[in-house]
Each structure stands twice: as structure tokens, then as C-alpha cells.
Design a protein around this ligand. Structure first.
Ligand code: ASP
Ligand code: MG
Length: 463
């Protein structure tokens, strides 16, 4: 059996749903379990509806119109979605009366997106004679902790899934068991409240289903040919990465590439279940396959990503040189104030680190740190990350700095991380695209080093 996951843009309207249903039908013999995100921008529309409700305006127009119109265009009945739309309106009325939306009610609210999309898809599949049945994630065993808006699935989910879906997964084509169409992104906690797995969390739903049921593969369908060497908006020659490892993809996700939810690699990493990223506009293309390790020695650099709007914080101890406990204290402050740190470089008495500038609330943390350190905050930076084989880092660093020096670009900090697959550099936000272009050309360009691996071994690397 396989798991097929389709994201929001793949099911954004009636035409896309028809197209995706066609793909599902093509794979019907492989006993798919389908995982869907909410249609198009529905999750954002729901969050906006909550803001409007807080301001006293209860409206579900955007969400209602999209889903009703889609049902009409697909010639299916709206019977399965009407009760949900009613419940949604009641919830928004409640929010507008209480003038409050808690993380818990926010999760309940956004859960309507996925619940609506699986109902439409299931009705449509049945209308074209593909026997299907919509399933809310909790009905197939997804249970999480209560960290609303970014919940972690509990270990019993694995067993629950096998109990609920094992019979379907182990069945034979033509045995009449309906194909499960499962909501991505959502779960329930032990108290029965709805939770979500973090934005983009449908990927995790799909990989956990695939790992628990030992699927032949988990397919995540996108609008591009798999994982690309970099963001095609920055470098139009970006190309498909044919094979990558779970580690590499997790790092890619953490460092800004919108490939897959960062935590989604964990379940398949445990079982070795392959994950394939495919293009719904180019069904025949093999896409990218994500596996445990590379069988043949691949080129040294897999991909280049960038994350903008990053803040760089330099922290220098004002106490004696060599004071132990300095690093521990610094990280304790960040943990206490729940600020997550991305890239770090340290010396004995100073530390430079980056944090996400978008939602940064640093004042209280800074106040703590200033008791024993001087602080300098530099905004509008970017992280450029090279996902590569760090075993070959000397040659990669040499080639990287050579390419950047030729273009007169200075990087401000570099960190090879504890990870075996990334080298990260900090530069100015407005220089980031240029850095990516220069490096992409050097590694993947016409005569790039990744084409001719010899290019790197010639400079001393062990290729
Ligand atoms: N609909 C959710 C989001 O937009 C989950 C997902 O798409 O995976 O983040
Ligand atoms: Mg979405």
C-alpha cells in the first residue's frame, strides 16, 4: 500500500480536485490511503475569520463560498459539509462574544479546513466510482499532547493506526473496502480537544501513516518536480534533486525550503519508509526520493536554501575571561523566554547566534542577558545554508569562499553545525539571493562542481 498526500494548492478548486482525483484513480491498485490539506488558503482564511470575529464581525463567507461553489462545480451534494459550516459559524459567534481566541479554540477553528476538504474529495471520488470514505484523523488513531497549535503526536498513535487501518492496508484490490481519505494536520489530545501539528503538518500525518503501516512509499504531491536544488524564484535553473536522505531533507526544511514539514521525516526515518516528492502537473516524472542513505556517492552538495528576516545577536561576556557556565546561562535565558535559536558560533567569552526576526520578542531576554554580557542586535540578516556532505567540508568551504570572494561578497558568520549535512552562513538580507545565485552557479551551473565531481576532488577533497 502507499500513502498519497496532497497539499492545499493541489486541492484549491474544483478543477484541481478533479485532476487530483484522476491521479488517485491511477494509483488505485496500489491501495492508497489519501491525506489532504485544507483547500487553497482556507487555513489562513479561517485565522482571518477569527480576527474578524474578535473585532465583532462574524463571517464565514470566504470559506463557505469556496466549498459550496466547489461542490456545485463537482456536481456533488453539500450534505457532508453543511453541518460543519453551521458549527463553524457557531464557533465564530462564540469567539466574537467572548472577544477571545485561545490556542485551543484556534486549533478547533482551523481544523474545519481539513475536515471540509476530505468530505468534498471523498464525495467526488465516489461520484466517479472510486469507493472512498472520509476519515477525521482522530477516527484513525491520531492522538497528540496538548501543545495546541504545534502538538506532538503520542507514541500510541502508531498502534492505533494499525488497529484502525491495518485491515484496509493489508487487503486486496477489489475487496470492496473503501479508500480512506484522511484529514492532514489535525489530531485530538487525551482530553478530546482538537489539536494541530503546526503549519504544514499534513506531511507529518502522511509520513506517520506510512511508517506505522509500513507503506511501500509515502508520496507527497506538489506543484514542482520534487525537491529542487534551490528556490526557483531565486534561480530559475534550479533542478530536481533525485535522491536525498531524511537528515538532509529535515535540515532543508528547518533552513527555509518549503519542501516538507521539518518534523515529518522522523517517522519514516525510524522505519526506513521511502518518501517520494512528486509533481501533480508532471505525473510521469520520478520526482525526488528520500531514503536513509545514499547508495552511490552523490555529488557533494545537495541543495542551497535561504531564510531571510533573521536577527543576529552578539553576546559578549562582561565577566572574567574563561568563566565557565557562560554558554549555559545564555541558552537558559533563551529557553526561559521561549526563543528558538537557529545558527550558533561561539568562543570562550562570546557567542553569536541567530533567531527568527519575524516574531521576535527579545526585550525581556535581553534584560536578563545584560546582567553579565554586552549585547549587540543586528537585524535584516539572512541565513544561507548549503545542504552537503560535511565530510567534504574543507573543499566545499574553499569552493564557496572562492566563489563569494570573486563576487566581493563577505559573509559575517559561519557555522558548520553539529549536523553532518549543513554549512550555514549569515549575510545581509538583501545580499542573500545573490549569494544563493553565485553558489548555485558554482555547484550546479553548466560547469558546476556537482556536475563534475572531479572539480572538488582536484582541490583536495575526498570525493
Ligand atoms: N492546512 C494547514 C496549513 O496550511 C496544514 C497543511 O497544509 O499541511 O498549514
Ligand atoms: Mg494549507
Amino acid at each position: 500500500m502507499i500513502v498519497m498526500k496532497f497539499g492545499g494548492s493541489s486541492v484549491a478548486n474544483a478543477e484541481r480536485i478533479r485532476h487530483v482525483a484522476g491521479i488517485i484513480r491511477k494509483f488505485a491498485d496500489r491501495r492508497p490511503i489519501v491525506v489532504l490539506s485544507a483547500m487553497g488558503d482556507t487555513t489562513d482564511d479561517l485565522l482571518e475569520a477569527a480576527e474578524a470575529a474578535l473585532a465583532g464581525k462574524v463571517t464565514i463567507d470566504a470559506v463557505e463560498q469556496l466549498h459550496k461553489k466547489t461542490a456545485t462545480e463537482l456536481h456533488i451534494s453539500a450534505d457532508d459539509i453543511d453541518p460543519l459550516l453551521g458549527e463553524l459559524r457557531t464557533l465564530l459567534t462564540g469567539i466574537s462574544m467572548l472577544k477571545e481566541v485561545t490556542p485551543r479554540s484556534r486549533d478547533y477553528l482551523v481544523s474545519f479546513g481539513e475536515r471540509l476538504s476530505v468530505r468534498l474529495m471523498s464525495a467526488y471520488l465516489n461520484s466517479i466510482s472510486v469507493r472512498a470514505e472520509f476519515r477525521d484523523a482522530w477516527d484513525v488513531g491520531f492522538i497528540s499532547d496538548s501543545s495546541y497549535t504545534n502538538a506532538d503526536l503520542l507514541p500510541e498513535t502508531w498502534e492505533n493506526i494499525r488497529n484502525k487501518l491495518g485491515a484496509y492496508a493489508g487487503g486486496k484490490p477489489g475487496d470492496g473496502k473503501p479508500m480512506p481519505i484522511v484529514t492532514g494536520f489535525i489530531a485530538r489530545d487525551q482530553k478530546g480537544f482538537i489539536t494541530t501539528l503546526g503549519r504544514g503538518g499534513s506531511d507529518l500525518t502522511a509520513t506517520l501513516l506510512g511508517a506505522a503501516l509500513r507503506a511501500q512509499e509515502v508520496q507527497t504531491w506538489k506543484d514542482v518536480d520534487g525537491i529542487l536544488t534551490t528556490d526557483p524564484r531565486i534561480v530559475k535553473e534550479a533542478r530536481t534533486v533525485p535522491v536525498a536522505t531524511y537528515d538532509e531533507v529535515a535540515e532543508l526544511a528547518y533552513f527555509g525550503a518549503q519542501v516538507l514539514h521539518p518534523r515529518s521525516m522522523q517517522p519514516c526515518l525510524q522505519t526506513g519508509t521511502p518518501v517520494r516528492v512528486k509533481n501533480s502537473y508532471n505525473i510521469e516524472a520520478p520526482g525526488s526520493i528520500i531514503v536513509t542513505s545514499h547508495e552511490t556517492k552523490p555529488s557533494p552538495v545537495r541543495a542551497i536554501t535561504t531564510k531571510k528576516n533573521v536577527t543576529l545577536i552578539d553576546i559578549v561576556s562582561t565577566r572574567m575571561l574563561g568563566q565557565y557556565g557562560f554558554l549555559a546561562k545564555v541558552f537558559e535565558s533563551f529557553a526561559q523566554h521561549e526563543i528558538s535559536v537557529d545558527v550558533v558560533a561561539t568562543s570562550e567569552v562570546s557567542i553569536s547566534l541567530t533567531v527568527d526576526g519575524k516574531k521576535l520578542n527579545f526585550a525581556a531576554c535581553r534584560h536578563d542577558l545584560e546582567k553579565y554580557a554586552s549585547i549587540e542586535v543586528k537585524k535584516e540578516k539572512a541565513i544561507v545554508t548549503i545542504i552537503c556532505d560535511v565530510m567534504r567540508s574543507s573543499s566545499i568551504l574553499a569552493a564557496t569562499f572562492d566563489a563569494l570572494a570573486e563576487e566581493n561578497i563577505n559573509v559575517q558568520m559561519i557555522s558548520q553545525g553539529a549536523s553532518k549535512v549543513n554549512i550555514s552562513m549569515i549575510c545581509e538580507s538583501d545580499e542573500a539571493d545573490r549569494v544563493v545565485q553565485v553558489l548555485h552557479e558554482r555547484y550546479f551551473g553548466k560547469d558546476g562542481l556537482c556536475e563534475l565531481c572531479g572539480g572538488i576532488s582536484a582541490s583536495g577533497g575526498n570525493v
